[in-house]
Design a protein. Structure first.
Lengths: 229, 229
DNA sequence: GCTTTTAGTCATATAACTGTCATAAAGATT
DNA sequence: AATCTTTATGACAGTTATATGACTAAAAGC
């Protein structure tokens, strides 16, 4: 459930430091120390973010970034580049090639993690496993718990996933098909109407103080989760 | 709760990295960036270990190490020195002055943590394992004993480890696989379902006053230890 | 060597969840 | 208002997940 991060860095000490910090944070880390092995990482399962040393042997960071942006399935993977102090022109070129952010070495792990999370929040909001709160309704992916005004709710696995999806995708209508894809997973053969039933179960589960109104029916289109009633 | 570590390092990026890593490991960290402020840290409560950059302004690492070894109450505090590559003569002098270990920069966080723990295990074996208490449930790793409202409980070795892990990782779901990795150890081939049985044994063991409710089943995900029911 | 404790597995019981349907209710259309 | 369409709801049955007790083999203690 958490994000997969590809670390491309040739200096082993720095690479180890990065991996250690990221793993501590619960990320799944793929290491790569040169151009060739890094390219090999651009396959299923694709990394969700790439930490790229701008200067590494066997082709510069720019070359690799271009390679990433060229691939059909990899072109949307965000890249954070790591530059040495004073390589300002690299920064410019990096942003041209499509890097999403950059950091100057040496940097503090706190800052690194913060930036990674910032980028991920933008690209894949569900990956961070952070507690989400919406008007007294809290969902904590880590403890796998849902509370309403700090009172734990009893909620089944599918309803949990459904609510998690909704809470990370507010104010948007999803068709039953889309919900099945996103929540149940692709290639699952389930009746469309089944969604209705789980919507009902979800509403029942969170119906403490009218919170069930957040789960809204959009006739003819599907469902939406929104605090605006 | 855990050991207090004094980090003496003038380069802020490295210092931050060190602090981050150590705090992640549950150590209490005191930062210091120069000789004077470092000396001021040699008071109650004394650090249990000192991480000392060998080259820092306002007096070399050696000077500070001598200062430490001179103090009546500080002279037994172990010192791990951090040297840059190639400063071999420093290493020799460092060991003369009384450093307990040294590491050459750059180093991997894993190695650093391992060495710190090794030193601490030698100097203050109790520091790494302290009694944990959660709502009347006490676990003492040293005496390997669990008490419920000060009444000893009968608990098997595996249940002990399981409970220890849970009590140090509250409010978080762990899958059976994760528990097997963390409690049984990696590369142990044991049936997933075996966890269930030990969970049951643990529940039975701590079921004095409803304390078994702390061990919670999260259907479809695994188990969780939490005081919130 | 014998007894006691413990770990792991299995079979079965129990509980919880899922998907589907039939029917009711609500909304839209004419 | 009548009809048609879409959604809500309760019930049901099949399925899956977990709990539990019993058993065996291994390990530890005596």
């Amino acid at each position: 459930m958490s994000a997969r991060i590809l670390v491309v860095e040739d200096e082993s000490a720095i690479r180890e430091m990065l991996c250690f910090v990221l793993e501590q944070q619960g990320f799944e880390v793929i290491e790569s120390e040169d151009f060739d092995s890094a390219v090999k990482c651009l396959v299923e399962p694709y990394p969700d973010l790439i930490l790229l040393d701008w200067m590494f042997p066997g082709g510069s960071g720019i070359t690799f970034a271009k390679e990433v942006k060229r691939g059909e399935f990899s072109k949307d993977i965000p890249i954070i580049m790591l530059t040495a102090r004073g390589e300002e022109e690299d920064k410019v070129r990096g942003l041209e090639v499509g890097a999403d952010d950059y950091m100057t070495k040496p940097f503090s792990p706190k800052e690194l993690v913060a930036r990674i999370k910032a980028v991920l929040r933008r690209v894949m909001p569900t990956a961070l496993e952070e507690t989400i709160e919406v008007k007294g309704l809290k969902l904590d992916p880590l403890s796998h718990r849902v509370t309403l005004d700090d009172k734990p709710l009893n909620i089944g696995p599918t309803e949990f996933k459904l609510l998690h999806f909704f809470m990370t995708h507010l104010d948007r209508v999803y068709s039953r098909e889309q919900l099945l894809d996103q929540v149940w997973g692709t290639n699952v053969y389930v009746e469309d109407r089944t969604v209705d039933v789980h919507i009902r179960r979800l509403r029942k589960a969170i119906s403490g103080n009218g919170h069930e109104q957040f789960v809204q029916t959009v006739r003819g289109s599907g469902y939406r989760f929104s605090t605006r009633v």
